[in-house]
Design a binder for this molecule. Structure first.
Ligand SMILES: [Cu+2]
Length: 174
Protein backbone atom coordinates (compact mmCIF):
# COMPACT_ATOMS: atom_id res chain seq x y z
CA UNK A 1 0.00 0.00 0.00
CA UNK A 2 1.34 3.41 -0.95
CA UNK A 3 0.74 6.44 1.18
CA UNK A 4 -0.63 9.37 -0.85
CA UNK A 5 2.00 12.13 -1.10
CA UNK A 6 -0.59 14.80 -0.53
CA UNK A 7 -2.65 13.61 2.41
CA UNK A 8 -6.30 13.56 1.55
CA UNK A 9 -8.29 14.52 4.61
CA UNK A 10 -11.44 12.74 3.48
CA UNK A 11 -9.52 9.60 2.49
CA UNK A 12 -7.80 9.49 5.89
CA UNK A 13 -11.10 9.96 7.71
CA UNK A 14 -12.73 7.18 5.71
CA UNK A 15 -9.87 4.78 6.39
CA UNK A 16 -9.89 5.67 10.09
CA UNK A 17 -13.61 5.18 10.46
CA UNK A 18 -13.37 1.88 8.60
CA UNK A 19 -10.60 0.74 10.94
CA UNK A 20 -12.62 1.87 13.98
CA UNK A 21 -15.69 0.07 12.70
CA UNK A 22 -13.70 -3.07 12.04
CA UNK A 23 -12.13 -2.92 15.50
CA UNK A 24 -15.56 -2.48 17.09
CA UNK A 25 -16.96 -5.41 15.15
CA UNK A 26 -13.98 -7.55 16.13
CA UNK A 27 -14.48 -6.59 19.78
CA UNK A 28 -18.19 -7.40 19.67
CA UNK A 29 -17.37 -10.73 18.01
CA UNK A 30 -14.79 -11.51 20.70
CA UNK A 31 -17.29 -10.74 23.46
CA UNK A 32 -19.98 -12.88 21.81
CA UNK A 33 -17.54 -15.74 21.26
CA UNK A 34 -16.30 -15.42 24.82
CA UNK A 35 -19.83 -15.70 26.18
CA UNK A 36 -20.48 -18.70 23.95
CA UNK A 37 -17.27 -20.49 24.86
CA UNK A 38 -17.95 -24.01 26.05
CA UNK A 39 -16.38 -24.56 29.45
CA UNK A 40 -13.52 -27.01 29.62
CA UNK A 41 -14.99 -30.23 31.09
CA UNK A 42 -11.98 -30.73 33.33
CA UNK A 43 -10.43 -27.35 34.02
CA UNK A 44 -7.02 -27.70 35.60
CA UNK A 45 -5.66 -25.54 38.35
CA UNK A 46 -2.68 -23.31 37.80
CA UNK A 47 0.25 -24.79 39.58
CA UNK A 48 3.45 -23.14 40.66
CA UNK A 49 6.42 -25.00 42.10
CA UNK A 50 8.26 -23.31 44.95
CA UNK A 51 11.13 -25.22 46.60
CA UNK A 52 9.79 -28.63 45.51
CA UNK A 53 6.33 -27.81 46.79
CA UNK A 54 3.57 -27.55 44.23
CA UNK A 55 1.12 -24.86 45.23
CA UNK A 56 -2.39 -25.07 43.85
CA UNK A 57 -5.04 -22.46 44.47
CA UNK A 58 -8.66 -23.52 44.36
CA UNK A 59 -11.76 -21.38 44.58
CA UNK A 60 -15.47 -22.05 44.34
CA UNK A 61 -17.20 -21.00 41.13
CA UNK A 62 -19.27 -18.01 42.26
CA UNK A 63 -22.04 -19.27 44.54
CA UNK A 64 -22.21 -22.65 42.81
CA UNK A 65 -21.33 -25.93 44.49
CA UNK A 66 -18.30 -26.30 42.23
CA UNK A 67 -14.55 -26.03 42.52
CA UNK A 68 -12.99 -23.83 39.84
CA UNK A 69 -10.61 -26.69 39.03
CA UNK A 70 -11.95 -30.23 38.90
CA UNK A 71 -8.56 -31.76 38.24
CA UNK A 72 -5.26 -31.30 40.03
CA UNK A 73 -2.09 -33.06 38.92
CA UNK A 74 0.98 -33.57 41.05
CA UNK A 75 3.81 -36.08 41.16
CA UNK A 76 3.50 -38.89 43.69
CA UNK A 77 5.80 -38.40 46.67
CA UNK A 78 6.21 -34.64 46.17
CA UNK A 79 4.80 -31.99 48.47
CA UNK A 80 1.51 -30.41 47.49
CA UNK A 81 0.03 -27.33 49.08
CA UNK A 82 -3.63 -26.67 48.35
CA UNK A 83 -4.72 -23.13 49.08
CA UNK A 84 -8.47 -22.72 49.06
CA UNK A 85 -9.75 -19.17 48.71
CA UNK A 86 -13.41 -19.19 49.61
CA UNK A 87 -14.70 -16.40 47.42
CA UNK A 88 -18.32 -17.28 48.23
CA UNK A 89 -20.08 -14.56 50.20
CA UNK A 90 -22.60 -16.92 51.76
CA UNK A 91 -21.34 -20.51 51.97
CA UNK A 92 -18.60 -22.21 53.98
CA UNK A 93 -16.52 -24.72 52.00
CA UNK A 94 -13.65 -27.13 52.58
CA UNK A 95 -11.33 -29.29 50.50
CA UNK A 96 -11.07 -32.90 51.67
CA UNK A 97 -8.94 -35.28 49.62
CA UNK A 98 -10.05 -38.90 49.94
CA UNK A 99 -8.17 -42.13 49.36
CA UNK A 100 -10.97 -43.77 47.39
CA UNK A 101 -13.91 -42.57 45.30
CA UNK A 102 -16.01 -45.28 46.96
CA UNK A 103 -15.76 -43.35 50.23
CA UNK A 104 -17.27 -40.07 48.97
CA UNK A 105 -20.77 -41.04 50.11
CA UNK A 106 -19.69 -42.39 53.51
CA UNK A 107 -17.53 -39.38 54.34
CA UNK A 108 -20.03 -36.88 52.94
CA UNK A 109 -22.88 -38.36 54.97
CA UNK A 110 -20.82 -38.63 58.18
CA UNK A 111 -19.73 -35.00 57.80
CA UNK A 112 -23.35 -33.85 58.07
CA UNK A 113 -23.36 -34.92 61.71
CA UNK A 114 -19.93 -33.53 62.49
CA UNK A 115 -20.72 -29.83 63.00
CA UNK A 116 -18.79 -29.81 66.26
CA UNK A 117 -15.71 -31.05 64.36
CA UNK A 118 -15.89 -28.44 61.60
CA UNK A 119 -17.61 -31.06 59.37
CA UNK A 120 -14.48 -33.24 59.34
CA UNK A 121 -15.79 -36.42 61.00
CA UNK A 122 -13.05 -37.91 63.21
CA UNK A 123 -14.34 -41.43 62.54
CA UNK A 124 -13.63 -41.01 58.81
CA UNK A 125 -10.17 -39.45 58.98
CA UNK A 126 -8.57 -42.76 58.03
CA UNK A 127 -10.31 -42.40 54.64
CA UNK A 128 -8.72 -39.00 54.03
CA UNK A 129 -5.43 -38.09 52.42
CA UNK A 130 -5.63 -34.49 53.56
CA UNK A 131 -8.18 -31.88 54.55
CA UNK A 132 -8.42 -28.15 55.08
CA UNK A 133 -10.35 -26.49 57.85
CA UNK A 134 -13.84 -25.31 56.93
CA UNK A 135 -13.37 -21.91 55.27
CA UNK A 136 -15.94 -19.31 56.23
CA UNK A 137 -17.18 -17.12 53.36
CA UNK A 138 -14.29 -14.87 52.34
CA UNK A 139 -11.69 -16.90 54.25
CA UNK A 140 -8.62 -18.71 52.90
CA UNK A 141 -7.48 -22.06 54.26
CA UNK A 142 -4.67 -24.36 53.18
CA UNK A 143 -3.25 -27.80 53.68
CA UNK A 144 0.17 -29.21 52.81
CA UNK A 145 0.74 -32.93 52.35
CA UNK A 146 2.75 -35.57 50.53
CA UNK A 147 1.15 -36.63 47.25
CA UNK A 148 0.09 -40.28 47.63
CA UNK A 149 1.18 -43.09 45.25
CA UNK A 150 0.22 -42.76 41.59
CA UNK A 151 -3.53 -42.90 41.11
CA UNK A 152 -6.72 -40.86 41.30
CA UNK A 153 -7.96 -39.33 44.53
CA UNK A 154 -11.25 -37.48 44.76
CA UNK A 155 -11.56 -34.22 46.66
CA UNK A 156 -14.85 -32.96 48.03
CA UNK A 157 -16.30 -30.20 50.15
CA UNK A 158 -17.72 -31.63 53.38
CA UNK A 159 -20.10 -28.81 54.25
CA UNK A 160 -23.52 -30.51 54.57
CA UNK A 161 -25.05 -31.27 51.21
CA UNK A 162 -22.12 -30.04 49.10
CA UNK A 163 -20.23 -33.30 48.54
CA UNK A 164 -22.53 -34.66 45.83
CA UNK A 165 -21.72 -31.75 43.52
CA UNK A 166 -18.58 -30.16 44.87
CA UNK A 167 -15.99 -32.66 43.71
CA UNK A 168 -12.72 -32.86 41.85
CA UNK A 169 -9.91 -35.33 41.28
CA UNK A 170 -6.30 -35.20 42.35
CA UNK A 171 -4.25 -37.19 39.87
CA UNK A 172 -1.00 -38.37 41.38
CA UNK A 173 1.40 -38.97 38.52
CA UNK A 174 4.34 -41.36 38.67
CU1 LIG B 1 -18.90 -26.46 50.00
Amino acid sequence: MTIPKTPNQEYTMTVLSKITLRASLALVLLIVLGAMAIPDPTPSADASVVQDTTVITLKPVGEELKFDATEIRAKAGTTLKIVFENTSTIMPHSVVVLKRADDIETVGMAAMNAAEHDYIPPSEKDKMVAYTAMAAPGATVEVTFTVPPAGSYPYICTFPGHYTLMQGTLIATS
